[in-house]
Design a protein around this ligand. Structure first.
Ligand code: SF4
Length: 248
């Protein structure tokens, strides 16, 4: 299991995001190196300014929180067979807590689904010290800085894809199932691996090179879950499918 225990210095904080007891230590070190670069990255001026602005305008409900307000590192098992790719941290979710899919509605859906299908130790992921731990799973994103209106520009996606591309290379040997959350994530992932002939739809299941399966899902944003565009049943089926593939 790969737990998060963070009230340490920056380097130690990143290191505790990935505890790899056995196996691919080389990948673990290299993933840590990527995360070290990510958290100090300022390649996209619009996003660097935006995350600074967010922490200068903290809503009342989070007024006692110390915002992370930096690019958010990926985390999980460096030997993972399941890879989850999101779009970008949310202003008051990952950008606040410093951990992807942690501390907001999307994070609640991700944690609950992972727990119900055996990919996490608990169904709650609200902050870095809550004991939430991934099993056989790695979580990353297309863009690491919270964008205005949750919409990164194409140049920001291109800029940040360098990190995702390096992670895909390092995780390639072990990952068997990739879950792409949302249309933009799906398109970006397909472009990075040279896939052009498939279209995004919720519940898509595609055999891709390297003996892997790509599953496509709507993103569990409030916009999708509150409107019923993405129901719990539709969502959990994605993770149940991943579990069946990995157990077969
Ligand atoms: S979005 Fe990615 S490339 Fe752009 S500043 Fe943030 S970490 Fe760097």
């Amino acid at each position: 299991m790969h737990s998060r225990k963070l009230s340490l210095g920056l380097k130690e904080q990143i290191s505790t995001l990935m505890d790899t007891p056995v196996g691919n230590c080389d990948s673990k070190e290299k993933l840590l190196e990527i995360n070290s670069k990510v958290i100090t990255c300022k390649i996209c001026p619009r996003l660097s300014e935006h995350i600074t602005l967010i922490s200068a305008n903290i809503p009342k409900r989070f007024r006692n929180d110390l915002y992370w307000a930096k690019p958010v590192p990926s985390f999980g098992d460096s030997n993972a067979r399941l890879l989850i790719i999101g779009l970008a941290p949310a202003a008051h979710g990952g950008n606040r807590t410093g951990c992807m899919f942690t501390g907001d509605g999307s994070g609640d859906w991700v944690a609950k689904a992972l727990f119900q299908t055996g990919f996490a130790s608990s169904s709650i992921s609200r902050c870095k010290n809550d004991g939430f731990a991934l099993k056989d799973t790695y979580i990353t994103a297309v863009v690491r800085c919270a964008p205005p209106h949750n919409r990164p520009t194409s140049s920001e996606i291109t800029n940040c894809s360098r990190y995702l591309s390096s992670e895909l290379e390092l995780l390639d040997k072990t990952v068997k199932v990739v879950i792409a959350l949302g249309h933009i994530t799906f398109q970006t992932y397909c472009k990075l691996i040279g896939l052009t002939a498939i279209e995004f739809h919720h519940g898509g299941k595609f055999s891709i090179k390297g003996n892997k399966v790509l599953l496509s899902s709507y993103h569990p944003s409030r916009q999708n879950t509150n409107t019923g565009r993405l129901t719990w049943r539709m969502w959990i089926q994605i993770f149940e499918t991943a579990r069946i593939i990995l157990d077969s």
